[in-house]
Design a protein around this ligand. Structure first.
Ligand SMILES: Nc1ncnc2c1ncn2[C@@H]1O[C@H](COP(=O)(O)OP(=O)(O)O)[C@@H](O)[C@H]1O
Ligand SMILES: [Mg+2]
Length: 206
């Protein structure tokens, strides 16, 4: 199925910078929306239903699993999180570009459901830099960092399954690279026919 909006899927080993890059892209491009996941955990603080997450009761989550409503879902710390097919489909059908941060396996699942999804893999410039970013971020205990680095080796070996690779060395350059990928999708023939139908008609192409 061809939708007017693009689905951009960003994966990376933890610490490579995907959350920072996606956040920066959302700030400079108002046509891109983050994908909103479903979760069975309760909202915290100022979190709003439909903004950070769709907060749903266990029974609703069960029903969505049973009806194959999720592209992928997972247990995290005893709660469940899932990416709803319909939530993505509704937005890209309306012409929005949706960006999604996900792990490698999730990215492969998305591609099965949304064949036109654009898969972007973010790499750190070196092992040393990946380690020091995880340390500087200050979110993880030393043993968690070791585990993340071990997982990173496995995950990075999967980069070949992605359409694009960004090496996040200089942050601004990496944001530009990500923006360029999105921009290139908007310049594809069918996208241009949709966006500029009048121009095509006046040029007697349509
Ligand atoms: N290009 C970069 N240069 C230096 N530090 C970066 C760069 N990109 C991200 N960081 C920092 O590295 C850490 C990990 O980034 P984060 O976006 O949380 O990664 P991820 O979401 O992939 O786990 C953060 O502290 C972030 O500020
Ligand atoms: Mg992150």
């Amino acid at each position: 199925m061809d939708y007017p909006g693009n689905l951009i899927v960003v994966a990376a080993p933890s610490g490579a910078g995907k959350s920072s890059l996606v956040k920066a892209l959302l700030e400079i491009d108002a046509r891109i929306q983050p994908s909103v996941s479903h979760t069975t955990r309760p909202p915290r603080g100022q979190e709003k239903h439909g903004r950070e997450y769709f907060f749903v009761p266990d029974a609703d989550f069960d029903a969505m699993v049973a009806t194959d409503g999720f592209v992928e879902w997972a247990h995290v710390h005893g709660r469940r999180y899932g990416t709803s097919k319909k939530a993505i489909e509704d937005r890209i059908a309306q012409g929005a570009d949706v960006i999604l941060e996900i792990d490698f396996q999730g990215a492969m699942q998305i591609k099965k459901t949304f064949a036109n999804a654009v898969l972007v893999f973010i790499l750190p410039p070196s092992w040393e830099e990946l380690r020091s970013r995880l340390e500087r971020r200050g979110e993880d205990a030393p043993e968690v960092i070791e585990l993340r680095l071990k997982n990173a080796a496995v995950e990075m070996a999967q980069a070949e399954n992605f359409d694009f690779v960004i090496i996040n060395e200089l942050f601004d350059r990496a944001v530009f690279d990500l923006k360029t990928i999105v921009h290139a999708q908007r310049l594809k023939y069918l996208a241009q026919v949709r966006a500029r139908a009048d121009t095509f008609k006046s040029l007697h192409i349509l």
